[in-house]
Design a protein around this ligand. Sequence first.
Ligand SMILES: *Cc1c(COP(=O)(O)O)cnc(C)c1O
Length: 411
Amino acid sequence: MLETRYTLDTDTGHIAPAVDAAQVKDWDDAYVMHTYARLPVTFVRGRGARLWDADGKEYLDFLAGIAVNGLGHCHPRHVRAIQEQAATLIHTSNLYHTAPQAELAAKLMQISDFDKVFFCNSGAEANEAAIKIARKYGKAHGGAGKYRIVTAERSFHGRTLATVTATAQPKYQEPFAPLVPGFSYVPYNDIGALEAAVTDETCAVLLEPIQGEGGVYPAHKPFLEAARALCDKHQALLIFDEVQCGMGRTGKWWAYQHFGVVPDVMTLSKSLGGGVPIGACLARGDAAETLVPGDPGSTFAGNPLAARAALAVIETIEEEHLLANAHAMGEYLVHRLSEPKLRPKIKDIRAVGLMLGVELVQPDAKRVVREALERGLILNAIGDHILRLLPPLIITKEDVDEAMDVLSAVL
Ligand SMILES: *Cc1c(COP(=O)(O)O)cnc(C)c1O
């Protein structure tokens, strides 16, 4: 077995596990299914916006576990809440009441426009629940023929069979056909196409207010307004997938607040638990009353450990004013990216708070990500042209300056 030893870094005073990275890589290659093309780094420790690899090298994390580590790594409040809950009660099943789940539900309602929540463990599961609400709601309001769901091209909604069907990107879908019936797709931000696609047979329109995996594309306000009006006209539910853009990433709790369009159903996951797996499907009005015992369910969903972790995330965002910080640091990032040293290399900057897509002039994104990693900066590439930046909400001006120095050097 892998022997874990601990070493003291005399420079920083941190105690780090000593990990044999070569052994880790060998076992990973041999025994884990290759569903991810991993970069050649083994992380062993994190703190704030920083990570350390098995050699003790430090990295500045501008990806935050793909928008999961909103508080950064091992935030003391988050760690304390998890430790206390782990020592008190981890799991009992959903056959009983537990305090953290009820408290998290109440807290989510307090900071959003919704009435009720269904808890689950991931973004895909949250979207599955939303799809089930829509199908059941459609049947109740328009009969068996009202089951069609419209989603957007370039979207991402997850990898279960129904959510990969909702994900209108052929590369994710083709290996698993035939897909789930009843889905159709429109180009994102195309109001005419949406008007043509939504009919009385539509039970829902499912959209990301800001497309994440597709390359960071914010919706146009009139497109979301049109979606709202069409759903009202045809008695369909408007579902926003805020798995990536929700939970304060954009400088407001929810991306829909930037557009003044409130959906009937909203799905969350990623940074909800700050790294502890949890998902949620929030609904209001009739949509919130659609599901009954036995409809969806999930063994681990909203268990005390995950719910307590999520509560700590929300409380920390409030107490440390991280919405304001996400807004301010997002603006500062755009300002730095717009300086003469960087701007000529950049074709387009798409940013809402700390969700940024930087489209490069050259098809260089993968090289930039690799070389930035070598220099201790973690970024993400979408295709060959787009860099995605999703730093934790706690970053400082100094972090941004450091990241921009690396990016300038690499570009
Ligand atoms: C990541 C993501 C999902 C899927 O979440 P999982 O937890 O991986 O199932 C769904 N929707 C959006 C917008 C996402 O970014």
